[in-house]
Ligand binder design. Structure first.
Ligand code: ACM
Length: 639
């Protein structure tokens, strides 16, 4: 039974001559009360164009993914009856069951709003194939549970010790490192057998620690013998990775003894393939409460990933406390029918917010730092700034026509204006607080998806273009970015950004790191221009992309279909010429959350592709093995 008394059913169907097809909506009244004089709102990523053709409804409003309609005048929806209407004029065809309404509510004539139930987008006029298995059963030729697989491993199976413990004479730092990895394992697998004990245990095995000047900071070596295990490491990170390998070996042998054994003898010689092994999380589109962020960081650490790129702001919401501008997390975070920002992406009648206090941020950074994960914060500017502009309307050029440009996500006039001096005052104060909070040398300033004709209707921007001899939107963007780069440098920080930061003249590439997301070949172009590059191509590493073409698979599809085996096999180094390879700093998974309405969607889309990126980031190409990975990844923790 619907929880709300009403249910909205929706379906997409192909239309001859219109590749975008059309929607059919049916509102079912399960209550015992007739309703009339109401409006229906829903949020959907398959947006309608400005004047969609409706049958049996009047189109009222669209703002990004928010849509609103009314039934014909005088219409009464009786108990048990339904209201059916059709909509044509979509921006693109729906391809998957998550492309329809993600949330909906009714507004009655007294101004009250009522959330209604909505489920999958149905497919009409075509066969809706069932979901296929995305992961083969897999096969291990060596019975050891290690993910990512090490650079070199020559191991022979032995008995599984009950636990591992620090050998007599271990330093406090060594024991603390064991305690950290033990706690990590306990958090991730709270019902599994503990791998370590801090004190000697009969039937356990001792680990003897050896700091080694000849190993790199992230490198480690493990030597397994009858009486003890020797862990040699370069630095703190290497020691943690060695201990994590031991915890994984032990955990696998305990949880799936049919497949996995603990080594009795042999060696592991290991270090990462790439220095940047990142994972991004968009907390703007869907807020992730602090415990979820902590758990994701735990999962990154378990897979020896070392960068958490925290996408803290976007059009939909600003998500961290800035003391100088409290309105960012009062106005700039709230979405609801009567809030300055309308519901989007699964929001309905209840206003929603959610942000991190500075204490939350500090606790998350401390947690990450203990696990050798660097937190790189992102404030996405100058585009993607609807939330900032809702909170600080004084940053808008009052002479600029409203709705003079729209972002690719359909937000009108959503960019900070480079010609308004107050923009820099605002950002200066934000950066001041960020550098106090975030130790990362890099601050990510976004820079993506500024729409083609942005600012062209702003007289102030036009004047600046003329004065500085700037060429159009991207000349202005480059002018803005150069000032931002200077502001970061004045605060001792360097710039990270998405690949379009290089447009219109870009910025000084020295010390600047850009993320190639639009296509793999963009990375090589950036490296040629002198930027450091992290590869995050949507076609392989965007974990919100669907994993199969079946209608039933949830997720986005604008960058194509990204099956787990493609994510696993994709080689970021691809076409990088030899002389540009040093510019390739590493790889990163991106978790964009438009479709992540709940934890089940998160886990379905993120696993096993996040561990696939982790292995691609760490393991040499010649040691990657899809069958082994498929068998091993079944032990993965989830959120
Ligand atoms: C992006 O996906 N807009 C970086």
């Amino acid at each position: 039974m619907s929880k709300t008394g009403f249910r909205l059913e929706n379906a997409w169907h192909p239309i001859e001559g219109d590749p975008s097809g059309g929607f059919v909506f049916t509102l079912v009244n399960l209550t015992d009360t007739p309703i009339s004089d109401f409006k229906l709102a829903y949020t959907a990523l398959t947006r309608v164009m400005d004047n969609p053709a409706c049958e049996n409804a009047t189109f009222l409003l669209r703002n990004a993914n928010f849509h609103q309609y009314a039934p014909p005048a005088g219409f009464v929806l009786e108990p048990g009856a339904s209201w059916r209407f059709t909509v044509r004029g979509l921006w693109r065809p729906a391809k998957h069951r998550t492309d329809g309404a993600k949330s909906a509510y009714l507004t009655f004539s007294d101004g009250t709003h009522h959330t209604i139930d909505v489920a999958d987008l149905m497919l009409e006029g075509r066969v809706s194939e069932p979901q296929k298995p995305l992961l083969p059963e897999g096969r291990v030729t060596e019975p050891f549970s290690l993910l990512p697989w090490p650079k070199q491993a020559k191991l022979q199976a032995g008995e599984t010790p009950v636990v591992l413990y620090p050998a007599a004479g271990s330093t406090l730092a060594d024991v603390k490192a064991m305690d950290t990895v033990l706690s990590l394992h306990r958090r991730l697998f709270s019902a599994a057998h503990q791998p370590f004990s801090l004190i000697a245990v009969e039937q356990g095995k001792a680990i003897r620690f050896q700091q080694s000047g000849s190993l790199a900071a992230e490198a480690y070596e493990l030597t397994f013998a009858e009486d003890e295990i020797v862990l040699a490491y370069g630095g703190d990170a290497g020691r943690q990775y060695g201990l994590t390998a031991l915890a994984q070996l032990h955990d696998g042998a305990r949880r799936n003894a049919a497949l996995f054994r603990f080594p009795g003898s042999g060696t592991i010689t290991d270090e990462p393939r790439y220095g940047w092994r990142g994972c991004h999380l968009d907390v703007s589109r869907q807020f992730a409460p602090a415990p979820d962020v902590l758990r994701l960081i735990d999962i990154l650490a378990w897979y020896k990933m070392n960068v958490f790129h925290w996408h803290l702001t976007d059009d939909e919401a600003w998500r961290f406390e800035v003391r100088a501008y409290p309105q960012l997390t009062t106005v700039g975070v709230m979405r609801g029918p009567d809030e300055p920002m309308l519901p989007q992406l699964g929001n309905a009648a209840e206003p929603v917010g959610g942000f991190y206090t500075q204490a939350d941020v500090a606790a998350i950074i401390a947690h990450a730092s203990e696990l050798n994960v660097e937190v790189v914060p992102e404030v996405d500017i100058p585009g993607h700034s609807t939330a900032i502009l809702a909170a600080l309307p004084e940053l808008v050029d009052g002479q600029e026509a409203p709705d003079s440009y729209r972002s690719v996500q359909g937000f009108p006039n959503n960019a900070l204006n480079p010609a308004i001096e107050e923009t820099y005052v605002f950002l200066g104060k934000v950066f001041d607080e960020m550098v106090e909070l975030f130790p990362s040398k890099l601050i990510h300033i976004g820079g993506d998806e500024v729409a083609d004709n942005t600012w062209m209707a702003s007289p102030l921007a036009r004047k600046l273009m003329e004065k500085e001899g700037l060429d159009g939107t991207f000349g202005l963007q480059s002018h803005f970015m150069k000032r931002i780069q200077k502001m970061l440098a004045e605060r001792g920080r360097s710039m990270a950004g998405w690949d379009e930061v290089s447009h219109g003249g870009g910025v000084d590439p020295d010390g600047t790191l850009l993320m190639a997301w639009r296509a793999p070949e963009v990375g090589v172009e950036l490296a040629k221009e002198g930027y450091d590059v992290v590869m995050t191509p949507g076609q392989a590493y965007y974990l919100d992309m669907v994993q199969d073409e079946a209608w039933q698979e949830p997720g986005a599809s604008w960058a194509g279909t990204v099956p787990p085996h493609h994510t696993y096999h994709y080689e970021a180094v691809g076409d990088f010429p030899e002389d540009l390879k040093p510019r390739l700093r590493g790889v990163q998974a991106c978790i964009w959350t438009e479709h992540f309405l709940n934890r089940n969607y998160f886990n379905h889309l993120v696993f096993p592709r996040l561990p696939a990126v982790a292995e691609a980031a760490w393991t040499p190409r010649e040691r990657k093995d899809w069958d082994r990975f498929s068998a091993l990844v079944r032990l993965s923790p989830t959120l």
